[in-house]
Design a protein around this ligand. Sequence first.
Ligand code: ADP
Length: 450
Amino acid sequence: MKYFDKILIANRGEIAIRVMRACRELGIDTVAIYSEADKNSLFVHYADEAFPVGPAPPSKSYLNMERIIAVAKTAGAEAIHPGYGFLAENAAFSGLCEEEGITFIGPKKKTIAAMGSKIRSKQTMKDAGVPVLPGTDGGIDDISKAAKIADEIGYPVIVKASAGGGGIGMQIVHDPSEIEQAIEGAMRIAESAFGDRTVFIEKYLQKPRHVEVQVFCDEHNNGVHMFERECSIQRRHQKLIEEAPCPVMTPELRERMTDSALKVADAADYVNAGTVEFLYDNGNYYFMEMNTRLQVEHTITELITGIDLVRQQIVVAAGDPLEYAQEDITIRGHAIECRINAEDPLNNFAADPGKIVRYRSPGGPGIRLDSGIHAGYTIPPHYDSMIAKLCAWGMNRDLAIARMRRAIYEYVILGVKTTLPLHHAIMHNPEFISGNTSTHFLQEEHISKT
Ligand code: ADP
């Protein structure tokens, strides 16, 4: 079964290649789009066909919806896979594809829009009986009223952009005297980053873990979860290391969390791959948001379940039922992902694009590398700094860590600064090794300056 003859991949770098790999295994032809900055990139050569879509800035290329649709039509692609980032959670783009008779490999416009608002999705989940953190019920329009609510919740609180993503626009407030300024600041950042100044307040947890559940639903009323991922090791509220399963998970907690995640998917009338993010603290967990796309860290779920998530996305988008029922999905072993970013961990994670002068990739038992780079490749400055995802699998967590250490030792990237030395330090850190992490791990362990 082929599902589609041709798919356009509206993305770049490692994720474009990841999606094309699933297509190739299915015998589906692939169409790449690329900006001027990417004309010599690996993903362009990997595709069966490739079309330029504009200059380097994303607004002129990878976010240029009309141009991308026009390319899909010219090339005769029946479906578009958006990857993550760029147009992946753009409700208008999902709608536009539908209007143009092209299958968007992801959820429907209405679902993306409903989950794209953190305020709306939080309310929907609260109504569905999923635990959420206390906070303002909707967006803040009256600052003094919001300050009163913050007093009631108790400090510290966090001010967040409803349309937020990538950890942008969040302000932690420890003292009532700072609240007005924090709200105004968050509104300003939200307006410029997302074109929407709606912000809300919720209780700030001091040492939570970020634990998320992978869900998958098809059009035939099948909804499954693929267990959880632990994503607490973050810099600037952005993930740096993920692992599956969560090292402190118990069967009882897993049952409650996965049940809640499926409730979330059901309340959202969800179809395709999605991730339900929770904060976990002291035996309790709280819904944070639902991401309506394939996640960067889907790889570790693939390693512990043996399921190809991109293939399932294609199957479901074609209108077929999922290839797995819940009882077919089990956890085997442990997997860890290190995000290899071209940035300087000793200088506040400043991006360090440029030419890779020497490159040798790791391999061997239990190692999976997803990347779009090679020796002589010049990392353009216009995009996200993540250049590779290094994953290790082992029958248990200790073996996964041992393999990750070995792979980091083997991995040579010269010419740009990367997060590799930081990952080396974390893989040898006693707190990490014992599984004792929280979202404040990096600051507390003083491994890097964040
Ligand atoms: P974004 O959509 O911008 O990625 P999220 O809402 O997913 O933002 O949050 C990203 C990270 O910010 C979380 O993983 C966590 O580390 C931190 N965070 C968010 N909300 C809270 C909270 N209420 N208390 C403590 N940390 C939080």
